[in-house]
Design a protein around this ligand. Structure first.
Ligand code: ZN
Length: 305
């Protein structure tokens, strides 16, 4: 005869057992979704709330607002604890981490409500103030934030995109279209003639600045072809001895500036009036109205190649 006595589940213990079962199932589901959120690209607010919390990151914190970076009021970079203060006072528009660069970015649409403990600094200014490896982080943050804001749906089928679980990319769940951040290559050229450099004033840009000839590359052409085409279109001259100088990311919004030098070959200056208001040959050391330090345009003008 068995000694095991049947357990009587009376009215007082029954609700507790039901609650226990519900709580147990909830815990299983919670950790299941938590794991799912980590390993998949599901873009659900509930999952993201637990898997992508901005203040839990160990990466380098960077905050941007449009074309500006948010720094501490003394100009120093943010620390992880600054993220808490910014999130408490501003409404975050987007946030993301990048394994490749080890940055964690908060992106804000407006800085209304920003504490006096912080300041807005144009990212363009950082190109002049910071070393190259530091500038790269801000340029990357700005470029990716802009791309994410403008790349929410699949260009092939129109479905909402998911985050790629490993890459800085977005993936279409319907047609598997994989979309990487867009880069727009541009050429920028310093043309020399008898020790002088050709600089132009653009109609659409700052009228006080004389800058190198620059323009977007067209689909299908080489960078060298773009150099010849752009110069001939804008000022009507032909160049020779085109040489690569260097490059610079210019994330306003997605340019990669490819710098070249070239020698004058033939032709007289003939302005493309809707693009260029003036173009002249300058002594590079005496030209005051040139681009600000930090830009590849400044380096081209003052490189004495
Ligand atoms: Zn698609």
């Amino acid at each position: 005869m068995s000694n095991i006595q049947p357990t009587f589940i009376g009215p007082s213990t029954y609700p507790c057992r039901i609650f226990s079962l519900i709580f147990h199932d909830f815990c299983i589901l919670f950790f299941y979704f938590l794991l799912l959120g980590k390993i998949s690209s599901i873009n659900h607010p509930f999952i993201k709330m637990f898997t992508n919390n901005p203040i839990n990151s160990q990466c380098r914190p960077i905050a941007i607002c449009g074309r500006d970076a948010i720094l501490r009021s003394d100009g120093s970079p943010l620390t992880p604890s600054d993220f808490d203060a910014l999130l408490a006072s501003l409404s975050v528009d987007d946030h993301f981490e990048e394994k490749e660069t080890n940055i964690h970015v908060l992106s804000f649409k407006t800085a209304d409500g920003l504490s006096s403990d912080y300041l807005l600094t144009p990212i363009r200014q950082l190109f002049a103030d910071l070393p190259d490896d530091e500038v790269l982080l801000y340029a990357r943050a700005r470029a990716i934030a802009t791309w994410r804001a403008n790349t929410r749906f699949c260009g092939r089928c129109g479905s909402p995109l998911n985050e790629h679980p490993e890459l800085s990319a977005r993936l279409c769940p319907a047609c598997s279209n994989l979309i990487f951040p867009r880069i727009e290559p541009c050429i920028i050229v310093a043309v020399r003639k008898n020790g002088k450099i050709l600089l132009a004033r653009h109609v659409q840009r700052n009228q006080d600045i004389y800058a190198c000839i620059a323009g977007f590359m067209e689909a299908g052409e080489s960078a060298e072809h773009a150099v010849q085409r752009e110069i001939f279109e804008e000022v009507g001259i032909k160049v020779k001895n085109i040489r690569y100088f260097g490059s610079q990311s210019w994330p306003f919004p997605a340019q990669l500036m490819l710098g070249f030098t070239a020698d004058y070959d033939s032709g007289d200056i003939n302005l493309q009036k809707d693009e260029i208001s003036d173009a002249q040959w300058f002594d590079p050391d005496s030209c005051q109205a040139s681009p600000r330090p930090g830009s590849i345009a400044y380096r081209l003008i003052h490189s004495h190649f």
